[in-house]
Structures are given as structure tokens and as C-alpha cells.
Write a new protein. Structure first.
Length: 436
């Protein structure tokens, strides 16, 4: 839906995206959010679930300080009971590398203030061709009721974005109302909510937020699960618009491809082997290959909820199950000489770093980070010929710092505990990850 802003000096066009949501009347009267979603050099998506249905207006101002702030957008939205009161505003044609302040008012620009203040702010990213230093945080397997300090520690790292790799939150149900409640509980964590007001958040799902343990695309009511996910996240793209939730974003020297390894898995023949089942599905497969080949980012992170090897525990939700698709992807990267690729995974309640020296024409790293809660599974920290480091550590997240202000561009991946303690670090650069 396209929305026109109220008159302002910028004369810009702005777009409103209202996410489909549902709820039971009177079920939940506490507001959730606001939360930043996808933000790039020219647009921002802002999510909010008020406590009451009705009309709400998002105001965005160029941040200059105090009364000098310049209003650049006033965009209406509607919180409807049938849509679980969720609203996602998309504000376009913003200036790159610029600070903005935002607030939300009930009814219209003159209505009561329901969300705002100095912590409701964001900065658009610089243009992709401008050298920059960027810090992203990655994590998986998070509790909705404990260990709130980990979100504060991530915020203390002054990250430019947070990427959730699945089991965020744990749901283990296909019931739509229960999925909604669990997402509300998760996004209401005080420290996560505080960070989300001024830090962009992206994510994919794994099994426990896609119906239950070891689930795939044959899970019951997956369209309802997808509907709720799209209600409670604010991405630029959710799959092809009707199926899946895969998406991507560029921040400085990093482009992140968040693949959906659940929705299509086991539902159709693989695009690379007609006698085997797919993991990604044909549409997502083509999207990923095209995106990787077109990317100009020095570092390209392919992030999946599941790991890229064999879990060795009898479950099928790993890339070893789909080795035909994984190997075809790595062959494509090698044959097309696509540099800077790094694999990312979560799920296994152990953190690991693996390096495959001869697979794609340069050292290919896999970073695994799990869990953000305290339940580790030491038995899944298995021996592997390419394992550089592995440890079942509780309350862990991964900080990735990339910098292309000098040549070669550098990347530092650091596994951190909830108390800020470093437990492992990997350093590489674009020269090392350049195809031979």
C-alpha cells in the first residue's frame, strides 16, 4: 500500500507497509516496541504493536538536536484487532549516513504521544560504495525469560545491527495465537526492547520457531507460522512475498544472505538433483545464486539456522542432509570465483569455527554461534577434520567487525560471553578470501 506523507518541505514520497496480524480482542493490552527492522542507505522499516486498536502516525525527523529537528515524514498506520494490532512502517527516500529521530502518535500528528524520546532514533547506512567500518552481532537459541544481560552486552558493543539465527524465540507449536504470544514475550524482553528502539534487527528461523524440533517444510500450518513471523519482524523482503522468509541486506563491507532452510525443505525435488529432496527450493536457490554473483561486498555471509555439516545426532536438519545442494552451492562459488564468502550457522548449543582450505579456491570459514541461553550440548561439539576451534559455551553471541577503509578489507569474528569475556577470535581479510 502506498501512503502519501503530510505536507513537508522535503516533498519526498513515503511508503507504508502494514503487516498482516491477528489477535483475540482484549487479549493483550500492553504495547510492544517500537523496534527497528531493515535499514539501509535510503529507507527504514519501523515496527510497533500498540496496546489498543486504532489509527497511529509515525513521525520521522532529521536529527539536528532539539527544536532544530526537521520533519521529513508523517505516515499513517492502522492497528487492527484482526491483524493482531501490528504495524510496520516503511519510510523511503531518506538520506544516507544520516541520523533520524522518530515518534509514534495516536490518531494523527497532533494526537497523544505513545512512543518517542531520545532513544527512538536510527542512522541510515552509508552508500555501499563508501568505505566503512561495520559491527554486526549474531546469535541463536535465546530464552524469553532469562539471561536478559546478554542483550545489554550486545548493545554495549555498539553494534550496527543484530541478526537472529533462529530458535529466537522457542515456540514449538503451529498454533497462530500461541506463536503470536511467544513473539510478543520475546520482543518484550526489556534489554532487547531497549536495543531494538535504535538498532536494526533481522532474523531467520530454525526448527523451534518453525513448529518444533527437527521440522521441515512438511510441518503442519506452516503458512500460519510464516504469517506470524512476517507480522513480528520488519524485513525488506520475506521470501518471494508468499512463501518463505529469506532476505538479504548490505551494511558497509558486509552483505548478509539470510536463507530459509525450513519452509521449502523436503517439499520438492532439488534444483540440482531431481532424485533428491530440496532444502532451499528452486526460487530461493536462484535468488541466492543471483545475489551472490551480483554482490560487490568484500564479505558475503550466508547465514542459516542450521549448521553446514553433519550434526551426527540422527536428526536431519543440517546441511549434511542436503549435501547435494550445499556442494552445488560451493561449486558455484568456486566456479564463478566469488570471493569473501563466509558460512554462518547456529542450532547445536555449541560454538565452533571451521576452515575448509581447498573447497572454493580460498579458505572458506564456517562460524557457528549457539546458545544465547545456558543449555549447552557437549556431544554436538564433534571432531571434524576442518575444525579450528569448538566449545559448548553458554550465553554466547558472535560479534563481526568488517572494515574496508583500508586495503585489504579486514574481518574479525569474536565469540563473546554474556559478561563480555572473549572466548575465541578469527581474523581474516579480503586478500585471504580472494579466489585463486
Amino acid at each position: 500500500m502506498t501512503c502519501q506523507p503530510v505536507a513537508n518541505s522535503s516533498k519526498r514520497a513515503f511508503i507504508l507497509l502494514v503487516v498482516i496480524c491477528t489477535t483475540t480482542p482484549g487479549q493483550d493490552e500492553i504495547a510492544t516496541g517500537p523496534m527497528l527492522g531493515h535499514i539501509d542507505s535510503g529507507q527504514a522499516l519501523i515496527w510497533y504493536r500498540p496496546g489498543d486498536p486504532g489509527n497511529y502516525t509515525l513521525l520521522v525527523s532529521k536529527h539536528k538536536g532539539g527544536k532544530d529537528d526537521e520533519l521529513v515524514a508523517s505516515v499513517p498506520g492502522k492497528a487492527e484487532v484482526d491483524h493482531d494490532l501490528c504495524i510496520t512502517w516503511r519510510v523511503a527516500e531518506l538520506a544516507p549516513d544520516t541520523e533520524y529521530q522518530y515518534e509514534i502518535r495516536q490518531t494523527n500528528v497532533d494526537g497523544p504521544l505513545v512512543a518517542g524520546g531520545p532513544d527512538c532514533q536510527f542512522r541510515t547506512s552509508a552508500r555501499a560504495d563508501i568505505p566503512a567500518k561495520v559491527t554486526l552481532a549474531f546469535g541463536s537459541c535465546a530464552s524469553s525469560t532469562d539471561f536478559f544481560e546478554i542483550w545489554q552486552q550486545i548493545d554495549d558493543q555498539q553494534v550496527d545491527g543484530l541478526v537472529l539465527l533462529g530458535d529466537t524465540p522457542y515456540i514449538d507449536s503451529s498454533d497462530r495465537d500461541f506463536n503470536r504470544k511467544r513473539h510478543r514475550d520475546f520482543l518484550s524482553i526489556p534489554t532487547l526492547a531497549a536495543m531494538g528502539k535504535q538498532t536494526p534487527i533481522w532474523g531467520t528461523w530454525d526448527d523451534h520457531d518453525f513448529g518444533g524440533n527437527d521440522t521441515d517444510g512438511t510441518v503442519k500450518d506452516k503458512k500460519k507460522i510464516r504469517q506470524v513471523f512476517t507480522e513480528y519482524r520488519a524485513h525488506d523482503q520475506f521470501g518471494d512475498g508468499e512463501q518463505g522468509i529469506y532476505t538479504r541486506f548490505r551494511r558497509g563491507p558486509i552483505e548478509v544472505f539470510l536463507v530459509d532452510a525450513r519452509y521449502f525443505a523436503q517439499t520438492e525435488p532439488s534444483p540440482v538433483a531431481a532424485d533428491k529432496k530440496t532444502c532451499l527450493g528452486k526460487k530461493q536457490w536462484n535468488w541466492l545464486l543471483k545475489g551472490l554473483q551480483r554482490s560487490t561486498a568484500p564479505f558475503k555471509i550466508i547465514a542459516s539456522g542450521q549448521i553446514w555439516d553433519d550434526k551426527t545426532n540422527g536428526e536431519k536438519d543440517d546441511w549434511h542432509t542436503y549435501a547435494h545442494e550445499r556442494d552445488a552451492l560451493l561449486d558455484f562459488i568456486r566456479d564463478k570465483k566469488i570471493g569473501g564468502v563466509i558460512l554462518m550457522g547456529g542450532d547445536i548449543h555449541a560454538s565452533r569455527a571451521l576452515r575448509y582450505d581447498d573447497r572454493v579456491g580460498y579458505p572458506l570459514w564456517q562460524f557457528i554461534v549457539s546458545p544465547m541461553h545456558d543449555s549447552t550440548i557437549p556431544s554436538l561439539n564433534v571432531p571434524h577434520p576442518n575444525l579450528v576451534w569448538g566449545k559448548p559455551v553458554p550465553n554466547v553471541f558472535l560479534r563481526v567487525v568488517a572494515d574496508n577503509r583500508t586495503e585489504p578489507a579486514t574481518l574479525v569474528a569474536t565469540w563473546l560471553k554474556m559478561d563480555g569475556q572473549t572466548i575465541n577470535e578469527v581474523r581474516t581479510d579480503s586478500a585471504q578470501l580472494h579466489p585463486r
